[in-house]
Every structure is written in structure tokens, then in C-alpha cells.
Design a protein around this ligand. Structure first.
Ligand code: CUA
Length: 182
């Protein structure tokens, strides 16, 4: 009968519409998850590595051709006018490190023991690795990207960050020495 057929078609249209909604919502969810992973807003990783406490890795962006306009222009610990390390809003110290041309700048970084330090690391040329020996800190450093890693060095002494991603002939020379002061 005509009315039954109409109902049938109406039902089909309604099913098609709901299927469309489901497809769109699934796609949006997928894009959202992908975007959060790419931008690094995913929940931070927590790890305890014996020598150091390691917070999450937060990723950001920077123009690798214009580091002069950023804190990366002065690699090292952020200090105040009196030369004292400055505590940021998150309650950590900040240090900026630049990987490029087979070096990390600074080559030596003096940090206090027992105080969380956020290491902001970027690259100027190619992909490098950044691994703090004896910890689970291990990030890929890409031009245009900033990896921010918070670490608390527990004990006075010396620790190293090395490049663990092959980047060319000077790869094995890439090292930053952390002098952890009491
Ligand atoms: Cu830089 Cu290997």
C-alpha cells in the first residue's frame, strides 16, 4: 500500500541520515585524537628513572629560521638580572637547548640538584635525538619543533645528554654535560 511504502522510504532516509551522523562523528573523533597526538596535548608520561624524576614531554612550535627572536637565542638556564635561576609559573626552572651543526648548545649546563628543570629543546638543521643518560628522557628533536621535558636531577654530579639519532659525520660528538650542583 502507498502509505506503507512511504513509511518504508521515510525509514530508509532516517537510517541514512543517522549513518551519516555516525560517520561524521567518527571522523571528527579520529581527527581530534590525531590532532591531540600531533600537537602533544596527550596526557603526559610519568617515569621515575632513579637518577632523575622525569615529567612529560610537551611539544610546541618555533620558527627554526628565526630563533634570534626566541629564548633559544640565549641557550642555557633562564636567569634574572642578578644571575639567579628564575622559577616559572609551573614552579620549575627553564633551560633552552639548541641542537644543530653536530653540537648541543650549551655544551655545559649547570643545574641545581633536587629542583625541577624544564628543558626546551629544538633543532636548527636536521632531526636529532636527545637522551639524558641514566633516565627515560629520550625525545626526537626536529627543526621547527620544541620538545619540553621536565627533569629533576636528584644527586649532585655529572650527567649527559647525547644525540641518539644518527645525524651525520659529527653525530657522536653531540653531547651536553649537566653539572648538577648541591
Ligand atoms: Cu645529532 Cu646525532
Amino acid at each position: 500500500t502507498p502509505p506503507a511504502r512511504l513509511d518504508h522510504h521515510a525509514l530508509e532516509r532516517s537510517e541514512t541520515a543517522w549513518l551519516g551522523v555516525a560517520v561524521v562523528m567518527t571522523a571528527l573523533l579520529f581527527v581530534g585524537v590525531l590532532a591531540s597526538v600531533v600537537s602533544g596535548t596527550y596526557p603526559s608520561l610519568k617515569a621515575d628513572a632513579g637518577h632523575a624524576h622525569v615529567g612529560g614531554i610537551v611539544r610546541g612550535r618555533v620558527d627554526p629560521k628565526n630563533l634570534a627572536a626566541t629564548p633559544f637565542a640565549k641557550p642555557g638556564l633562564v636567569v634574572d638580572a642578578a644571575g639567579q635561576p628564575m622559577v616559572n609559573d609551573q614552579g620549575t626552572l627553564d633551560a633552552y637547548l639548541v641542537a644543530g651543526n653536530f653540537t648541543f648548545q650549551p655544551a655545559v649546563l649547570r643545574v641545581p640538584a633536587g629542583v625541577p628543570v624544564t628543558l626546551h629543546v629544538t633543532a636548527t638543521d636536521v632531526a636529532h635525538g636527545f637522551q639524558v643518560t641514566g633516565t627515560t628522557i629520550n625525545a626526537e628533536i626536529l627543526p621547527g619543533h620544541v620538545a619540553a621535558l621536565t627533569v629533576t636531577f636528584r644527586h649532585p654530579g655529572e650527567q649527559h645528554a647525547i644525540c641518539n639519532e644518527y645525524c651525520g659525520v659529527g653525530h657522536h660528538n653531540m653531547i651536553t654535560r649537566f653539572i648538577v650542583e648541591p
